[in-house]
Design a protein around this ligand. Structure first.
Ligand code: PHE
Length: 445
């Protein structure tokens, strides 16, 4: 079977940006930043994006483009008879963990969209937004039904193929999302009390840096947000043609992703302070803040409708990249069609998602790690541990297994000065930083 290819380089760029920009920028970024001290967190996150994120993104895409295979196949091809291919299995495990909670949260977004559509969120529900959200997520099957709907949409795009499904959808979703978010940020900044939120986001409280958890949280957020370390970008890279140049693409994706994170911070935090919401309220944060903002706005009902529509699009453009990872692998290994593979993988993830959703209802006492509920535990293992380990392994492959000239050639950096800087970042800086952050978290240093 001939492997598929992107139609154009722009198509790849949009798909990769679509993968990067998603719930990670809006939902995950705001609650992790809210929990970890705001400004200090933002600064660390930006440092990691620049020093590690973008260089590793380039490394990951180049591995896929060079090998023209899925996450496991690429490592087997480029580093035969070494254990490097295990990175691929880590990636596949991460894809199951991540999509099963991602689909639950995206399902919440569809529920909100529906509530704006039928008018019930145009004015505050009797129990307030916090109460309404609590009632909804703890219901035995309502949230599960919305998760199912989201999974079905994801599967439909993936089974339609790389060009006709993923590429076509992203061409529409991404520009629309940018317009809506920028408009919202202007509004949120005009609220009374907005400056407190801007301060929280941009005036670092340095004492937050003494807690080792903030480093691993910022590292995990950088990986999650850039879709790094799992093989999503690798798989997307494998559908690229050789003539598409990589460094500019990686930089563009990194800039877009950071832009969306900062803009959503500018939407959320002014409102958090303007409405006196607790900035460390965790995963529900945006689902409580945003409706409160919309209620204060002229025509807020329409804005809410459009916003949640955009959030669904952003989530879909990311979820397809997550589902594509096991789909590409199992299609090749089992010889199944794209159709059958994506349906079966999506169905397994959905079943896992049921467990995640019940974690807010009858299983709310289940805390697999420390006091973290099911969603937070899966997120912690995948984003803070598996993704950075995947990134570490990719950095070691490019920096230490490849020769320098091979590494520069694979990334279209031959003869470039910036290429030298990139190479040392990937070879030394990224691995050392990842290892130090792990050791620090483990209390070894
Ligand atoms: N980057 C996506 C987001 O921010 C999530 C994602 C993580 C996608 C890992 C692919 C791989 O929403």
């Amino acid at each position: 079977m001939v492997r598929e290819k992107w139609g154009t380089k722009l198509g790849f760029m949009l798909a990769a940006m679509g993968s990067a920009v998603g719930l990670g920028n809006i939902w995950r970024f705001s609650f992790v930043a809210g929990n970890s001290g705001g400004g200090a967190f933002l600064l660390l996150y930006l440092t990691f994006v620049i020093l590690l994120g973008v260089p590793l993104l380039l490394a990951e895409v180049s591995i896929g483009r060079k090998a023209e295979s899925d996450v496991v196949g690429s490592f087997k091809k480029l580093a035969p008879n070494t254990p490097w291919y295990l990175t691929g299995f880590f990636g596949i495990a991460s894809s199951f963990l991540i999509l099963s909670f991602y689909a639950v949260v995206a399902g919440w977004a569809i529920f909100y969209f529906w509530n704006y559509l039928n008018g019930s969120y145009f004015s505050s529900p009797e129990v307030g937004y916090e109460g309404a959200f609590g009632q909804f997520i703890s219901h035995s099957w309502h949230p599960i039904a919305w998760t199912a709907l989201f999974m079905i949409l994801t599967i439909i795009i993936v089974l339609s193929g790389v060009k006709k499904g993923i590429e076509a959808a992203n061409k529409i979703f991404m520009p629309l999302l940018a317009l809506i978010l920028i408009g919202l940020a202007f509004f949120s900044l005009s609220l009374d009390g907005a400056s407190e939120g801007v301060k929280f986001l941009f005036q670092p409280d340095w004492t937050a840096l003494s807690d080792p958890s903030i480093y691993i949280a910022a590292l995990g957020q950088a990986f999650f947000s850039l879709s790094l370390g799992m093989g999503a970008m690798l798989t997307y890279g494998s559908y690229l043609r050789k003539e598409n140049k990589l460094p500019s693409a990686a930089l563009g994706i990194g800039i877009m992703d950071t832009f969306f994170a900062v803009i959503s911070g500018l939407v959320i935090f002014p409102a958090v302070f303007a409405f006196g919401i607790d900035s460390s309220s965790g995963p529900p944060l945006v689902f409580i803040t945003l409706p409160s903002i919309f209620e204060q706005m002229p025509m807020g009902g329409i804005v809410g409708l459009v916003f949640f529509f955009a959030l669904i699009l952003a989530s879909l453009s990311s979820s397809v990249s997550i589902l594509e990872v096991p789909t590409a692998y199992f299609m090749r290994i089992l010889g199944w069609t794209r159709f059958a593979t994506s349906v079966v993988m999506g169905a397994i993830m959905f079943v896992m998602g049921i467990g995640v959703s019940l974690g807010f209802g009858i299983w709310s006492g289940v805390t697999p790690i420390g006091d973290l509920n099911i969603l937070d535990s899966m997120d912690y293992i995948a984003s803070n541990i598996l993704l950075p380990l995947g990134g570490l392994s990719m950095a070691l492959l490019i920096g230490w297994y490849f020769s320098k000239s091979e590494a520069l050639e694979a990334t279209d950096f031959t003869g470039s000065g910036i290429g030298q800087v990139w190479y040392y970042l990937v070879k030394f800086v990224a691995p050392v930083m990842i290892i130090l952050i792990f050791l620090n978290k483990l209390g070894v240093i």
